[in-house]
Design a protein around this ligand. Structure first.
Ligand code: NAG
Ligand code: NAG
Length: 399
C-alpha cells in the first residue's frame, strides 16, 4: 500500500468515526440520522468555537448555518405561495390553485427552532405547508416571529399572537375565503409551545369572537419548571436535541445571561414561592406507567429568588402552557399531540395529554416509536414521511 492510499484509509476511518453514533436498535435508516447528526454536530462545534473566541453568539452562528435551508416563495401546479405581512409580521400564505367549491379550511402554522432558530421559508416547513394546503384544500398561513438572542420573551409570543389575531379578523378570513368555523393551529417544538400558549390566550381575549376548531402540537415544549423528567434523563444525548441544547434554548428565550442556563441545568431555578406549581408538571402523577418505569420522582430543589426577580418571564404561563390550571384547560379545543420515543420533550407532550384529558378536553395522541425530536421535518426519512402524513390525515379528518 502506498503512502497516499494509507493516508486516505486513515482519513476514511476518522470520518467514519466522527459520523458514527450508536443509536437504539429500533431506529430505521440509522445512517441518514448519523449524517444529519454529523452536520448538526459540526455546525454546533463551529458555533461554540466562535463563541469561545468572542466572535459571535452561539445562536447567531447557528442561525447562519441553518439559513441555507431557506427557499423563495414558489408556486406549483396545485398551490399558490406568496410572502406577505399580517400587521407587520411576515407570513407565507399557501392557497390551493383550484377554484374553491365553498369556503375553505384555514390552518395557522408556527415553525420550531427553540425560539432562536427557524423560519417559515425552510424547505421542510415549506413542503409540509404545501402538502397541507393541497391535501386539505385549505389556506395555510405559516408565520414567522422575531428570534432570540436579539429578542426575548414575550416578543416571540406577541408576534405570533399579533399575526394570528389579524388572520382571525372576519374581514381577513373572508378575503381568503376561509370558513370561520374550521380554523386550526399547529406548531412543532418551540412552535408547538407558541401554538399551545396563544390558544390558551385566545380563551381570555374578548376581542376575538372566532374560536379555533383544533390545535395540533408536534413534540411541543410545554414547561421549563422541571428539567429532570424521565425523558430528559433517558434521551439527554440523542441526535437533534440534547438536554443541554434544550436548556440553552429555554434560557435564551428569556435572557442571554448564562446564569439562568446554569441554574436550569442543575434544575435549581424555580424559587420557593413557586413550588406550589410543581403539581402541574408532576411527572409522577401525570405520566403513564410505562414511561415512569425505573425512575424515582424527586421534587426539584428550590433555587434563588434573585434569579426569578431578575427574569420573572421564565415563570410565566405564556412560556409554560402546562402551568395553566384545569379551569383554563377546560375551554381548549380538540387537540392532537405527537410525541417521539427518543426525545427530551417527550414527557412535556405526554403530561399535557393527561392534563387535558383530566380536564375533559378530547385529545388524540400519536406516539412515534424509534423517532427522534424533529422527525416531522425529516421528510427524507421513512419515519418522518409517515409521521407528516399521519399529521395531515388527522387534520383532514378533524379540521
Ligand atoms: C398536484 O396534484 C396532483 C393531483 O392530486 C398530483 O398528482 C401532483 O403530484 C400534484 N403536484 C404537486 C407539485 O404537488
Ligand atoms: C407528585 O406526585 C406524587 C405521586 O402522585 C406525590 O407523592 C408527590 O407529593 C407529588 N409532588 C408534588 C410536588 O406535587
Amino acid at each position: 500500500m502506498g503512502r497516499k492510499s494509507f493516508g486516505f484509509l486513515i482519513l476514511g476511518v476518522l470520518i467514519a468515526y466522527y459520523i458514527y453514533e450508536p443509536l437504539p436498535d429500533n431506529v430505521e435508516e440509522p445512517w441518514k440520522i448519523m449524517l444529519l447528526n454529523a452536520y448538526l454536530k459540526t455546525a454546533s462545534y463551529l458555533a461554540l468555537f466562535a463563541e469561545l473566541l468572542g466572535l459571535n453568539h452561539f445562536m447567531e452562528s447557528m442561525q447562519f448555518f441553518s439559513s441555507i435551508q431557506g427557499i423563495l416563495p414558489t408556486s406549483d401546479q396545485n398551490v399558490t405561495v406568496r410572502d406577505t405581512t399580517f400587521n407587520n409580521i411576515p407570513v407565507r400564505v399557501y392557497t390551493p390553485q383550484q377554484k374553491p367549491k365553498s369556503l375553505r379550511r384555514g390552518l395557522f402554522y408556527i415553525h420550531g427552532g427553540g425560539w432562536c432558530l427557524g423560519s417559515n421559508d425552510y424547505f421542510t416547513y415549506d413542503l409540509l405547508s404545501r402538502w397541507t394546503a393541497d391535501r386539505l384544500d385549505a389556506v395555510v398561513i405559516s408565520t414567522n416571529y422575531r428570534l432570540a438572542p436579539k429578542y426575548h420573551f414575550p416578543v416571540q409570543f406577541e408576534d405570533v399572537y399579533t399575526a394570528l389575531k389579524w388572520f382571525l379578523h372576519p374581514k381577513i378570513l373572508e378575503s381568503y375565503g376561509v370558513d370561520p368555523g374550521r380554523i386550526g393551529i399547529s406548531g412543532d417544538s418551540a412552535g408547538g409551545n407558541l401554538a399551545a400558549a396563544v390558544t390558551q390566550q385566545l380563551l381570555e381575549d374578548p376581542d376575538v369572537k372566532i374560536k379555533l376548531k383544533v390545535q395540533s402540537l408536534i413534540y411541543p415544549a410545554l414547561q421549563n419548571f422541571d428539567m429532570d423528567l424521565p425523558s430528559h434523563r433517558e434521551n439527554s444525548h440523542y441526535p437533534v436535541l440534547s438536554r443541554s441544547l434544550l436548556v440553552r434554548y429555554w434560557s435564551e428565550y428569556f435572557t442571554t445571561d448564562r446564569s439562568l442556563e446554569k441554574a436550569m441545568l442543575s434544575n435549581q431555578h424555580i424559587p420557593l414561592e413557586s413550588i406550589h406549581q410543581f403539581k402541574f408538571v408532576n411527572w409522577s402523577s401525570l405520566l403513564p406507567e410505562k414511561f415512569k418505569k425505573g425512575h424515582i420522582y424527586k421534587t426539584p430543589t428550590p433555587g434563588s429568588s434573585v434569579l426569578a426577580k431578575k427574569y420573572p418571564a421564565f415563570l410565566d404561563v405564556k412560556a409554560s402552557p402546562l402551568l395553566a390550571d384545569d379551569n383554563k384547560l377546560r375551554g381548549l379545543p380538540l387537540t392532537y399531540v405527537i410525541t417521539c420515543q427518543y426525545d427530551v420533550l417527550r414527557d412535556d407532550g405526554l403530561m399535557y395529554v393527561t392534563r387535558l384529558r383530566n380536564s375533559g378536553v378530547r385529545v388524540d395522541h400519536d406516539h412515534i416509536e424509534g423517532a427522534f425530536h424533529g422527525t416531522v421535518s425529516l421528510l427524507f426519512t421513512k419515519v418522518g414521511y409517515i409521521a407528516a402524513n399521519q399529521y395531515i390525515s388527522w387534520l383532514h379528518e378533524n379540521l
